[in-house]
Design a protein around this ligand. Structure first.
Ligand code: PMP
Length: 402
């Protein structure tokens, strides 16, 4: 007799073995109290947050707190409906106009999360006769959007314009082609060679989508992302983004100069069949987006802190990925060691993201750190001291006697 749940047994066993060998269960850890963008009580201990995606530290922006409080009092806790039914408020449309103006594009569409933006947009925009070419290290939401749609899907080698060129050449002139890349990749923190990728895409008449989830607020003259940092906004057809990182709340969007973006409102299922963003979230996002645009000093602080963490980890001998960005993926040799390093960091007051397959490329294990503009010098010293302390797990046979 088989059981519906048999398929989970190998995964359950593998996880239980891993937890037993490392002596810690990362899924049991909870943030018990949050004190600021950079500090929380985790597992009974006050910790520096180093895996929050909160690059600009805007989750406690005083104007956003006030705007969100006002919105919740005035408009309630939720819209209880989709944008195409009762859930389209003036504030959603205002935020779409703000997003379009921020990016210098003519059209913007809001989604309830960044995940839903990718899933809804990609599954709707590319049809049966079209081909989507995605970077092999793409986020799950890009993969899922491709799965949900009818287009032919191809992967090209991570950050490899020559491989993209080869694949586009093979496709020939026949079908419409859409190339999807990310500004900063969420696991290793490496940035796309966007100018080269755009050049290849355009040479083959392909459309190009850039997911700026981790680059919004980090790159660009006004914090728009990598596309604007490189002056490629005319060449890039669509930008996807999220409010769940630098913007400090939740929500997703797509902006473009193609007026056909409006057709996505009636074809993306993740737009049609889910409730719209609550008013307080819209108010917070609008406020912090304004701050991102107005406040380059916050970005400068982020980059100064990035220098300290990235250079410090390199000095300590950690494998931190090729590009210096606020997303720092510290490679671990295998999962058990990864868990031990993660646990030692926690015991030393540093909370990072433990990233395991399938979230990581090529079945690797890494500790995903994200730097915040609000990290103090003292907190960064705690971080580097924690890593120095945990480094002994990486010496061969170091844990054999434990
Ligand atoms: N795209 C990328 C590249 C991401 O890293 C993420 C979130 N980790 C998303 C999209 C989804 O964003 P959200 O949290 O808003 O669903």
């Amino acid at each position: 007799m088989t059981d519906l749940f048999d398929k989970f047994r190998p995964l359950e066993r593998q996880y239980a073995d891993l937890v037993a060998a490392a002596g810690t269960d990362p899924l049991s850890v909870r943030v018990e109290r949050i004190f600021s963008p950079t500090e929380a009580q985790v597992g009974g201990r006050r910790c520096v947050l180093l895996g929050s995606n909160n690059y600009l530290g805007l989750t406690f922006d005083s104007d956003a707190l006030e705007a969100a409080s006002r919105a919740v009092q005035e408009a309630g806790t939720g819209t209880t409906g989709s944008r195409v039914a009762n859930g389209s408020y003036a504030s959603h449309q205002d935020l779409e106009r703000q997003l379009a103006a921020f990016y210098g594009y003519s059209h913007a569409i809001l989604f309830t999360t960044g995940y839903q933006a990718n899933v809804g947009f990609l599954s709707a925009v590319a049809g049966r006769d079209d081909t989507i070419l995605i970077d092999a290290d793409s986020h799950a939401s890009i993969y899922d959007g491709c799965k949900l749609g009818d287009a032919t899907v191809m992967r090209f080698k991570h950050n490899d314009p020559r491989d993209l060129d080869r694949r586009l050449r093979r496709l020939g002139e026949g079908s419409n082609k859409l190339v999807v890349v990310e500004g900063i990749y969420s696991m290793r923190g490496d940035r796309a060679p966007l100018a080269e990728l755009v050049e290849v895409a355009k040479a083959h008449n392909a459309y190009i989508v850039v997911d700026e989830a981790h680059s919004l607020g980090v790159f660009g003259p006004n914090g728009e992302g990598l596309t604007h940092e490189l002056g490629l906004e005319k060449e890039v057809d669509f930008i996807i983004g999220t409010f769940s990182k630098s913007v400090g709340t939740i929500g997703g969007f797509c902006v473009s100069n193609h007026p056909e973006l409006e057709a996505i409102r009636v074809s993306a299922r993740s737009y049609l069949f889910t409730a719209s963003l609550p008013p307080a979230v819209v108010a917070a996002a609008s406020t912090t987006l304004g701050r991102i645009e107005r406040d380059p000093a916050q970005r400068e602080k982020l980059w100064a802190n990035t220098d300290i963490v990235y250079d410090g980890l390199v000095r300590l001998g950690f494998d931190v990925g090729p590009d210096k960005t606020p997303v720092i993926g510290v490679m671990m040799p295998e999962m058990q060691t990864g868990l031990r390093v993660w646990q030692t960091l926690l015991e030393n007051g540093v909370y990072v993201n433990l990233a395991l397959p399938p979230a990581t490329p090529r079945d690797t294990c890494l500790l995903r750190c994200s730097v915040c503009a609000e990290h103090t010098r003292e907190q960064l010293e705690t971080v580097l001291a924690g890593f120095e302390h945990a480094a002994h797990h990486l010496t061969p046979h170091a844990d054999a006697a434990e």
